[in-house]
Design a protein around this ligand. Structure first.
Ligand code: SF4
Length: 232
């Protein structure tokens, strides 16, 4: 199920185009079963939805940019060709992020709540840079990277750090399952609504949505959700 929003009211993305993706029976249905942040892993997806993935890679607004994140293993994620949607490997640890970057994937990592890395850090020879939208009030993906948002750069040589927030933040970086930032608040409301009222043919809905956006648009796929094949 796919929900599309042409102009997001999300404080972090700013007024860009976004989507949410959910299963028909479970909000977490498109997320990988193995994601440590997924509090409902048993309802998650075992496999990537290849039909949707093909639609996702192509779903870039004309002369625009598109990106997303996935918790599926980095080695299963395609490396974007020029003009395709950039899929960041969402990692739980800095070592995982380094492995993903060593495999040629752009990586992001969720750091435990309270991490203070305003200027970024270096670890095992790689730079880790905090998302600038977490550091300045009013800064959004719209302003990020001076027209080339950091997360939309497939060829970057550093990882982006997001510091855990939301109701489950204390679980991030621990052995306890859960901590997904989309489990609560306004994002959760939009995401749960996706399960009930989103478009059922998500591949087709996504293609149509990307085509409908003005040239030069920014599109962030899956404010919540992933590329898994949800149970029918
Ligand atoms: S690094 Fe930039 S593009 Fe990525 S989430 Fe933060 S503001 Fe948005």
């Amino acid at each position: 199920m796919l929900k599309t929003v042409a102009v997001s009211a999300n404080r972090k993305t700013g007024p860009i185009a976004v989507t949410y993706r959910a299963g028909e029976h479970s909000t977490y249905g498109t997320c990988p079963k193995g994601c440590a942040l997924n509090p409902a892993g048993e309802h998650g997806a075992a496999l990537i939805d290849q039909d949707y993935l093909a639609a996702l890679l192509a779903a870039v607004p004309r002369n625009g940019q598109a990106w997303t994140y996935s918790h599926f293993p980095a080695e299963l994620l395609p490396v974007a060709k020029p003009g395709e949607t950039v899929i960041n490997a969402s990692c739980d640890t800095m070592d995982q992020a380094i492995n993903a970057m060593d495999q040629g994937r752009p990586a992001v990592v969720t750091a435990p709540a309270g991490t203070q890395w305003a200027g970024g850090v270096e670890y095992r020879g790689r730079r880790f840079i905090r998302c600038p939208a977490e550091l300045a009030e009013g800064f959004t993906c719209m302003q990020c990277g001076s027209g080339r948002p950091i997360c939309a750069r497939a060829d970057r040589d550093f990882a982006v750090v997001f510091v855990a927030h939301g109701a489950g933040a204390r679980k991030v970086g621990t052995a306890e399952r859960g901590g997904c930032y989309a489990a609560g608040g306004k994002v959760a409301i939009q995401w749960h609504a996706t399960k009930k009222t989103g478009r059922p043919n998500d591949s087709q809905a996504l293609r149509e949505f990307a085509r409908s956006l003005p040239p030069g648009s920014l599109l962030r796929h899956h404010v919540a959700g992933d590329i898994g094949r949800a149970a029918a």
